[in-house]
Design a binder for this molecule. Structure first.
Ligand code: SAH
Ligand code: SF4
Ligand code: F3S
Length: 476
């Protein structure tokens, strides 16, 4: 059996301490009282967005603190966690497929469903999959230690399903997967009610962390060697510091970008309604804030935006784009689009294509509309046939591919700073990430393995481009 999270760095060595009675380290004090419990193994698989990915990092930290040990496969584990996503029907079905695989041969294991499907389906999951013994939504993760005790005691229906909370999920330990870029949640939940979206039902109302705790965690991350921070929330723009300091998102962003050692700050996701000009002013004046904004538009048609209850018009959206284009640095702009929302005509769809041309996005995440439980749009007539949604999606993706070919070609000849994130042995290329969040694969004149570049920042001259990435040569 291979345990995950083998210590790779000094900080991890400290974090792997399980708190023996004689140990005086900080982690030992955090986990000491649980030292004597029998070590159990767990496996976790995560679906969905970055918020979910980071929740899992915190859940893993909580489980390790409780004395559990992470393993690589569900077969090896005594306790199997699925942290689920419900944003589209296909995402929701994934967890039930996984659970079905273990319906018969999962004897001796316990199964727990976490995340958005857990919150949405609640106790119905026990009926659909009787071998599941824990169902817990993200608003209840603070109760995980008590829930694990119940599970240990043989309780077969352990639940954490209340959405009535003003708390955010904090842990003494977080097991981050990426050694250079750290996720950091600043706000949980969502107070919008977009007509197609399950998130307000699965993640509850908005609640922000204090600015002091965000800055303290950013400093700690810098001390641990992280150089990039990604601030997370379903709508980071509506961040409101609950402490008397009362910082808004623009202020918080700027201050995180001033933490010594933090070279890059990103954030996701923004809502156009709450994306105010001071956010762009902060980005324009603080070089640590990356040259990239992800601003989901969903549709280019005012009629559709209204039906989707997005709370902005095409013109208001384009105003935000104009702020980005007026910056001294070139800002990469990405978005999300839904095709085939109920009532979307071909004309509406053409208006969306025209918006893509007007903005010239660097990348677009596009989805076929999926009917979701509890949402306002569920009751709408005039559903678009599946084949038509598929056709529109293909047309949109090809349209955007051509835009990306043009956008990326404009980078050829430029020198971009990259954070080195990996090395591709097959091609002999390093994998870098630019401030614009573009993948830039590059070669280096010195023997590739002579010096480990991972986690370093290097300058790369772009020599070639494709629709989805850039290629180049390291110049320093
Ligand atoms: N908070 C983010 C979105 C989170 S969901 C925001 O406001 O933009 C990520 C994306 O999934 C959304 O931007 C939307 O494009 C897509 N999405 C959400 N619900 C969907 C649904 N019912 N069908 C298809 N796509 C959906
Ligand atoms: Fe969903 Fe809209 Fe909230 Fe985004 S802002 S999470 S799309 S309800
Ligand atoms: Fe999915 Fe929940 Fe994120 S529905 S996209 S995991 S907030």
């Amino acid at each position: 059996m291979k345990a995950l999270n083998a210590p790779t760095r000094v900080v991890d060595l400290i974090l792997t301490c399980l708190g023996g009675p004689a140990c005086q380290c900080v982690e030992a004090r955090a986990v000491g009282p649980r030292y004597n419990r029998k070590v159990k193994t767990f496996y976790i698989e995560t679906f969905g967005c970055q918020m979910n990915a980071h929740d899992s990092e915190k859940v893993v930290g909580t489980l390790v603190t409780e004395g559990y040990q992470q393993v690589e496969t569900p077969e090896e584990a005594e306790l199997v966690f699925y942290n689920t996503c419900s944003i589209r029907d296909k995402a929701e079905q994934k967890v039930f497929h996984r659970l079905q695989q273990f319906q018969r041969d999962g004897k001796g294991k316990k199964f727990a469903v976490l995340g958005c499907v857990a919150q949405q389906e609640g106790e119905k999951i026990f009926e659909k999959a009787p071998h599941v013994s824990m169902v817990c939504g993200s608003a209840s993760y603070n109760q995980l230690p008590q829930m694990l005790v119940q599970l240990d005691a043989g309780n077969k229906r352990v639940t954490g399903l209340s959405l009535d909370t003003d708390q955010t999920f904090e842990t003494p330990l977080t097991r981050r997967d990426n050694p250079h870029r750290a996720f950091l949640t600043i706000i949980e939940g969502c107070d919008k009610s977009c007509a197609y979206c399950v998130v307000p039902f699965t993640r509850g109302p908005e609640r922000s962390r204090t600015s002091a705790s965000v800055i303290a965690e950013s400093r700690k991350l810098a001390e641990m060697g992280y150089s990039e921070i990604m601030l997370l929330g379903q709508n980071v723009n509506s961040y409101r510091d609950p402490s008397p300091a009362a910082w808004d998102f623009a202020k918080l962003l700027d201050e995180v970008g001033r933490v010594p050692g933090i070279r890059r700050v990103r954030f996701t996701t923004s809502h156009p309604r709450d994306f105010v000009q001071p956010i762009m002013e902060a980005i324009d004046s603080n070089p640590s804030l990356c040259n990239h904004v992800h601003l989901p538009v969903q549709s280019g048609s005012d009629r559709m935006l209204e039906a989707m209850r997005r709370l902005y018009t095409r013109e208001e959206y384009l105003q935000r784009i104009a702020w980005m284009k007026a910056c001294r640095r070139e800002i990469a702009i990405t978005t999300d689009v839904i095709v085939g929302f109920p009532g979307e005509t071909d004309e509406d769809f053409q208006t969306t294509l025209a918006l893509l041309d007007e903005v010239e996005y660097d990348s677009v995440f596009s989805f076929k509309y999926s009917r979701r439980p509890n949402t306002h749009a569920l009751a709408l007539d005039d559903q678009i046939p599946e084949e038509e949604k598929t056709r529109r999606l293909a047309v949109l993706q090809e349209h955007q591919r051509q835009i990306q070919i043009r956008r990326n070609a404009s980078y050829v000849g430029r020198v971009e700073e990259c954070l080195v994130e990996g090395f591709n042995k097959a091609t002999g290329q390093w994998i870098g990430r630019t401030s614009q969040h573009k993948t830039l694969n590059f070669v280096r004149a010195a023997a590739p393995s002579a010096e480990d570049l991972l986690g370093r920042y290097v300058d790369v001259r772009v020599t070639r481009s494709g629709p989805n990435s850039l290629a180049g040569e390291c110049v320093n």
